[in-house]
Design a protein around this ligand. Structure first.
Ligand code: SAH
Ligand code: SF4
Ligand code: F3S
Length: 454
């Protein structure tokens, strides 16, 4: 390998899964002797880890790629890689569109990056998109944060929501073993990480594909069992998880969250629509009444719990009245945060070819009205923090005010307060909240907690 091959740059689009995959691929590249370059134009290997959840996410990738493909004409030994969900969706077609590409690799192949790159360096152009059994990664990820870390627990998704491209690009559900997950968290604890987020597209499906059934006929390794199994890893102070599916969310899981002190009081449970007819057409498998019951039960066990979700407006055939049912759900529940999106038809999904697609005008009008309500409700939810003492795990400096640090409450509210990042990074600080905004808080530090590891 020549010296000019020594730097890499990764640009990551999309969800937490992609971020986690990028960290693992960066780890592999470093293991191969590459160094991170902040500037993509100085890099010898450029990797785009892509997202195709909506059309605008996909288009963004093409505009980035176009620029680097040009560069390749002046610098032929530049290696161009497209990984992630656009790679999986487009496969060979990507090579026809951007012939300068060296490697197109789907998300299931992330852990094979070294192997694939070696084939590229031998002079091949590679497309790796066939479904495979995801191998455990033995390389250490290069994690962006020193405080918080992602831990995959289940890959893929077996649902068939009629709007969603994820099952076709991420493949079928594959759970990691509880032992592998615990070992990774223990290693994170030893490295000083204070917070972990367990990841899965449908985390409630965890364990269904692992062998073992209890005498009561329950899968032996449910997600709830996994929480009990990993909750006491020394030095890790906080455990989060995402994403939950209302169809499989159980009271047993809620009880576990209430019972286990490290599991934070924040639930991300996408509802997508507040209308039963739309939910049916989305093939979500629950009603808005069931969703409301879940939230009520969470609030019975943990009155202060934060609730966030995802919602889609303008799904094909959605009427004004049906959209108003989504507004009503948002009004009634009072989400702390809501990710909203206008429906975007995706290749290969059933809803994309239905008649009665709504116009962009209707979709964007509904999106604006929903976002307006979300802001109002989030601001209301923030009010409850005023004057309270909150435990904040310090992650970073406030990029907009270097005299401040920032972190999150257990309920996931972003919080700023004055302090020195060198002293406070990774510390749990009791902060008195003095200012509240819709999606963030400001406060004064009261006490830095000495962490006695348990
Ligand atoms: N597995 C999670 C989230 C998957 S994708 C779940 O089941 O909820 C993240 C979010 O993107 C979804 O919750 C949904 O709100 C949104 N989304 C997915 N497909 C979409 C599409 N075709 N158009 C608009 N938004 C979409
Ligand atoms: Fe997509 Fe539905 Fe799977 Fe979520 S549960 S990833 S929305 S198919
Ligand atoms: Fe996007 Fe793939 Fe995640 S499509 S949202 S990066 S699973």
């Amino acid at each position: 390998m020549t010296i000019s091959r020594r730097h890499y740059h990764i640009t990551t689009f999309g969800c937490q899964m992609n971020k986690a995959d990028s960290e693992r691929m960066a780890g592999i590249l470093e293991d191969m002797g590459f160094e991170w370059s902040e500037d993509p134009n100085q890099a010898d290997v450029i990797l785009y880890n892509t997202c195709t959840i909506r059309d605008n996410a996909e288009q963004k990738v093409y505009s980035y790629l176009g620029r680097q493909a040009k560069r390749k004409h002046e610098q032929p030994d530049l290696t161009l890689v497209v990984a992630g969900c656009v790679a999986q969706q487009e496969g060979e077609a990507l090579l026809r569109r951007v012939p300068e590409l060296d490697l197109v690799m789907g998300p299931q192949h992330a852990n094979r990056l070294k192997d694939l790159l070696q084939q590229v360096f031998d002079g091949n152009q590679i497309v790796a998109t066939e479904p495979i059994h995801i191998i455990e990664d033995i390389t250490k990820p290069r994690r962006d944060s020193k405080v918080t870390a992602w831990v995959n627990v289940i890959y893929g998704c077996n649902e068939r929501c009629t709007y969603c491209v994820v099952p076709s690009v991420r493949g079928v559900e594959q759970s990691r073993t509880p032992e592998a997950i615990r070992a990774e968290i223990e290693e994170l604890g030893r490295q000083g990480y204070k917070e972990i987020t367990l990841l899965g597209q449908n985390i409630d499906a965890y364990g269904r594909d692992l062998p073992g059934v209890t005498p009561e006929g329950r899968h032996q390794h449910t997600f709830t069992d996994l929480l009990y199994y990993v909750h006491d890893v020394p030095s890790v102070e906080r455990i989060r998880f995402a994403t939950s599916h209302p169809r499989y969310f159980t009271e047993r899981l809620i009880r576990a969250c209430a019972e286990l002190p490290k599991v934070c009081e924040h639930f991300h449970i996408p509802f997508q629509s507040g209308d039963n007819e739309v939910l049916k057409r989305m093939a979500r498998g629950y009603t808005h009444e069931k969703y409301r019951r879940i939230i009520n039960t969470i609030r019975e066990y943990m009155p202060d719990a934060a609730i966030s979700a995802d919602a889609i407006v303008g799904f094909p055939t959605e009427t004004e009245a049906q959209f108003e049912n989504t507004l009503k759900l948002v009004e009634d529940i009072g989400f702390d945060q809501l990710n909203t999106a206008a429906y975007s038809p995706r290749p290969g999904t059933p809803a994309a070819v239905w008649e009665n697609q709504l116009s962009e005008e209707v979709k964007s009008d509904r999106l604006q009205r929903l976002n307006h309500l979300v802001g109002i409700k989030a601001a209301e939810r923030s009010q409850r923090y005023m004057g309270r003492l909150e435990e904040v795990l310090v992650e970073d400096q406030n990029p907009k005010d270097k005299t401040q640090v920032m972190g999150r409450t257990r309920t996931n509210r972003l919080t700023f307060f004055s302090g020195d990042i060198n002293e406070l990074k990774g510390k749990l600080v009791k902060v008195k909240i003095t200012e509240v905004r819709a999606f963030s808080l400001t406060g004064e530090p009261v006490e830095v907690r000495e962490i006695v590891s348990v």
